[in-house]
Ligand binder design. Sequence first.
Ligand code: 13P
Ligand code: SF4
Length: 360
Amino acid sequence: MNISENSEQLAADTTLVREYLDRAVHPAVLDAQAQESYKRKITQLMQQRKARLVAHYYTDSVLQVLAEETGGFVGDSLEMARFGRDCDAEILIVAGVKFMGESAKILSPEKTVIMPTLEATCSLDIACSIDKFSAFCDQQPDRTVVVYANTSAAVKARADWVVTSSIALDVVEHLMEQGKKVLWAPDKHLGSYIQKTTGADMLLWDAACIVHEEFKARGLADMRKLYPDAAILAHPESPSAVLEVADVIGSTTQIINAAKQSTKKEIIVATDQGIFHKLQQVAPDKTFIIAPTAGNDATCRSCANCPWMGMNSLESLYSSLQDNSNRVEVDSQLAAAAMIPLKRMLDFAANNQLKVRGKA
Ligand code: 13P
Ligand code: SF4
């Protein structure tokens, strides 16, 4: 079975993603006083419990600030995994989506890992069920299985390598040098970007991030006319037509570093808007503009805001921390199997200087 040709499968996945989206209820907006009160209570509890907060750049800026103020960490998914593994916390609070919590638990089985919500998932994870993925792998025994970190523990356990967006190109290049053919899942845009850049022999699963898929190349071309001197920075989960006009393509951290180093004053960004908090912090003299999700064929379901990342809030974090609810648990056999490709990625990252593509 070639998943790309299986339209029934795709229709089923789309329905499933919609069902999860319907459940992605956004937290109420708190006034400044309520925010401060929650932050005080959370900080106190974290000190008592030896807890650390690890947050992704797409989460609410109030959580990113809290993570940094309390000795935690804000980063891309590779860095979050690494910080979670290396920090000395007894309780790790992961503000992000399910796969991030699971990776943290797999890498630190001795720590209690909790999340503000266990309902925060990812369209890539949803669209790559272990049964279908496993059947796909069984039909391609000669291929090295490389999966994106945005997958379940079970899918990782079936893989030879796990990669994040900051390391995917380097790992596939390394495999290609060894003459390996790759089976890639689940993000088709990231997969096809790697395929085009490296020339590797890759068979791609067909799934996409509902946030990045909405960036529109035509709208971006119009925007470029308005800002002719602007640099374009894009996450590789964006469609190929968007990546083709980008000056730098990289993970969230790589985008932030590129923005900091860029000589341009105006920067168009094709990724989730949550990243603007850090971008404005690291480059206050620059103007950041969100890439358009509008245009003739646009639907803008997410408008550059991941609905699942948005479920993380001070309130839900406080409630989870009070009684250590929303614990992330991963079956021990699955965790042991998933640890192998995850560790392979972290070892590779430790031993290689990762490349960033493009210049802004
Ligand atoms: P990064 O690893 O670049 O932070 O990406 C994670 C993600 O989910 C992007 O949508
Ligand atoms: Fe998944 Fe996209 Fe949300 Fe990232 S932004 S967690 S890839 S749905």
